[in-house]
Design a protein around this ligand. Structure first.
Ligand SMILES: Cc1cc2nc3c(=O)[nH]c(=O)nc-3n(C[C@H](O)[C@H](O)[C@H](O)COP(=O)(O)OP(=O)(O)OC[C@H]3O[C@@H](n4cnc5c(N)ncnc54)[C@H](O)[C@@H]3O)c2cc1C
Length: 376
């Protein structure tokens, strides 16, 4: 089966990996000219680490853990917001890069392009692209994030599904080691993250706001919005804003969720933020993208047809996603209050895990897992 995956982020690359594992033929189309860099730390927990283990990537991920391995926060106060406890913290682009490296030898990646139109028939999906020639696929998976074009084309306009949670975040790279404490005032927070070897540093600026109208591709406009919001905020923020104007990889995004009654229609299915973004304030976006990709590919490999597979994928994931979305809303409410107190962390950790990872088809990943860590 030929499967088009739209988006080469965490969900898209992980889905491509598992589709290959199950002997499908995935093609990944990504709007950007390469795997996108930028972003802050992303947390990974529980079953997501199991998925990475089954991909034989867990050792590499742990080596990049910002708290344990090759990198660290600048200081203990460098968590500006109520971040949920996670088992591993890794730069988002390190994770996306590892997943790309694990797949690029066996998967066709088409960069600088996107789906333009989709037409479903009983037998296939006919896809036209912004640049490439039209192609036919058996299935299409939208892994194109919060502003998914796949979702808009098949399910309806984004306003129907995206719920804004009242804050925005800007992340950008800083040159070399950049010390400095965290800045927090009501409705605004800033923090700096530096890898232990000092080779990479990231700034994150968060501010409370209702939905803003802007061009998502206009980074100059994003910088003006951030600069206005943080005007007059003291020395650290002044230095960060000066760096922001020079930054090439600004990531500016709303803290928002995607709420849908159904994640599939015919031969098209959504995975990761495209279908069920829990918002950065959940701290669970990458985890649920990895788990969703694993389950979707596994169900496709074992179910009778795609309708059965998509339904089973959604059934397995729904409760888990609902829990994360609840965490995202709570996280947004408490965002500027600082890290949660000890007992609250305990409550969060004690929440039930609502997803199970079936062993869909032992094989490739098990063979490739490191000794002593056989895939279950
Ligand atoms: C550059 C970047 C930085 C991020 N930084 C943070 C962060 O600091 N904190 C945080 O909590 N979350 C961040 N996120 C979101 C986080 O990566 C996701 O919540 C999580 O990893 C789930 O991943 P996903 O693959 O579903 O979505 P994403 O990681 O958003 O990946 C979606 C991919 O689809 C591509 N895409 C979008 N539209 C199209 C299209 N029309 N056609 C083809 N491809 C398309 C995007 O370029 C991207 O590569 C960031 C995302 C990106 C892309």
């Amino acid at each position: 089966m030929d499967v088009l995956v739209c988006g080469a982020g965490v969900a898209g690359a992980a889905l491509a990996y598992w589709l290959r594992h199950h002997r499908f033929t995935p093609t990944v189309v990504e709007r950007a000219p390469g795997v996108r860099t930028g972003g802050y730390a992303t947390g990974l927990r529980g079953e997501a680490l199991d998925v990475l283990d089954r991909m034989a990537l867990l050792d590499q991920v742990r080596a990049l853990d910002l708290r344990l391995g090759g990198a660290a926060m600048t200081d203990e106060d460098a968590l500006p917001v109520a971040i949920r406890p996670t088992d591993v913290e890794i730069l988002r682009d390190d994770l996306a890069g590892l997943l790309y490296q694990a797949t690029c030898g066996e998967v066709e990646y088409v960069f600088d392009d996107s789906i333009a139109t989709l037409e479903q028939t009983d037998a296939d999906v006919r896809v036209t692209f912004d640049r490439g020639r039209p192609r036919r696929f058996d299935l299409v998976a939208g892994a194109d994030g919060l502003h998914s074009r796949t979702r808009s084309l098949v399910f309806g306009p984004q306003e129907r599904f995206v719920r804004h949670l009242g804050l925005y975040t800007a992340v950008f790279g800083l040159p070399g080691r950049f010390g400095g404490r965290v800045h927090r005032v009501p409705g605004k927070a800033a923090g700096v993250l530096v890898t232990r070897d000092g080779s990479r540093a990231r700034a994150a600026l968060h501010f409370a706001s209702g939905p803003l109208a802007y061009n998502r591709d206009d980074h100059g406009q994003h910088k003006h919005i951030v600069a206005e919001r943080f005007a007059g905020q003291g020395r650290l923020v002044r230095r960060l804003l000066a760096e922001m104007w020079e930054a090439e990889n600004l990531f500016f995004e709303a803290n928002a969720q995607v709420e849908m009654d159904r994640w599939y229609a015919g031969r098209v299915v959504l995975v990761g933020d495209a279908g069920y973004c829990a918002a950065p304030s959940s701290g669970r976006g990458a985890s649920q993208a990895l788990i969703g990709a694993y389950i979707l590919a596994g169900e496709l490999a074992t179910a009778g047809d795609q309708a059965e597979a998509f339904a089973a994928y959604e059934r397995e994931m729904r409760g888990f996603v609902a829990e994360h979305q609840q965490m995202g809303r709570e996280g947004a409410d408490q965002f500027f209050l600082g890290p949660p107190p000890e007992e609250e962390l305990g409550t969060t950790v004690a929440r039930p895990h609502l997803v199970r990872l079936r062993n869909y088809a032992p094989g490739l990943a098990a063979e490739r897992s490191s000794p002593g860590r056989a895939a279950r």
